[in-house]
Design a protein around this ligand. Structure first.
Ligand code: MF3
Ligand code: CO
Length: 262
């Protein structure tokens, strides 16, 4: 069952998502060669608590940290450690919080110093695929229209879409219905209605989409060890159009994240 949100509930989710946005912007500024990935985790956790929020991932199904840090061929759920970032790496940061009962969830992929052209393009395509999917998030469209648009953007750029992980509904729970695959044929699934709140999160690979989970039980990597990138926002569909709740309204210069394409 999909839980559609009222304007008041969306306002709550705007708050939790803005905390996530702000912390991700701060983490992005910290990225440099030599930084240990666990330094990012402890910063994110402390900052969330300072802002009155609770990190959402710590303890979720036994996940041991507050932040997911996935480097290079790691797709998602990388566990922060004493590993040091190196020039040329790409690093995905995935973070979520609970604030006054509502979740916010977002992710981005950041280059460490100078990276290859391939790495740069992969990061760009993950972000572009998110925005292409968002264009289809309109009242009256069907959910898989979003999936199909993301897949087309990614494959059109010569990359592949990870199949094993999906976007999701979000609200008083981190994962609600519906699931949102980043691939599929258009014209299927529920019709999009106002009050829908989703975490849209393309995860893509430079090579094949097959996934392997490392022995830590969490870190998902591409089986062919090709580079992977991830881009995610919590979004809401209202009768004013779609709003990116987790876009950092203080720094990204995209205004409030509101648009009017419904
Ligand atoms: N953004 C991810 C998701 O939506 C993060 C979950 S990591 C976990 O599933 F550790 F909490 F599982
Ligand atoms: Co998510």
């Amino acid at each position: 069952m999909i839980i559609y949100k009222s304007e008041a509930e969306i306002e709550m989710m705007r708050k939790s998502s803005q905390i996530v946005a702000r912390i991700l912007s701060e983490l992005r500024e910290m990225i440099r060669p030599g930084l240990e990935t666990r330094e990012l985790d402890s910063y994110a956790e402390d900052r969330a608590r300072q802002l009155g929020a609770v990190p959402a991932f710590k303890g979720y199904r036994g996940y041991p940290a507050s932040l997911c840090v996935s480097v290079n061929e790691e797709i998602v759920h990388g566990i922060p450690s004493s590993r040091r970032l190196q020039e040329g790496d790409i690093v995905s940061l995935d973070f979520g919080v609970i604030y006054e009962g509502f979740y916010g969830d977002a992710a981005l992929t950041v280059p460490v110093g100078q990276v290859s052209n391939l790495a740069r393009k992969l990061i760009e395509v993950a972000e572009r695929a998110f925005y292409r999917g968002l264009e289809e998030l309109k009242i009256g469209n069907r959910l898989s229209d979003v999936s199909a648009a993301i897949q087309q953007e990614v494959e059109g750029a010569g990359f592949s879409v990870i199949r094993a992980f999906v976007g999701h509904g979000i609200g008083r729970n981190l994962h609600e219905e519906p699931q949102l695959p980043n691939f599929g044929l258009p014209g299927h699934g529920p019709r999009l209605k106002k009050g829908l709140t989703l975490a849209i999160e393309p995860m893509i690979a430079a090579g094949h989409w097959e996934v392997e989970v490392l022995n830590d039980g969490w870190t998902a990597v591409t089986r062919d060890r090709s580079l992977s990138a991830h881009y995610e926002h919590t979004v809401a569909l209202t009768d004013r159009g779609v709003e990116i709740l987790s876009l950092d309204s203080r720094v990204e210069g995209h205004g409030t994240g509101r648009s009017a394409n419904a």
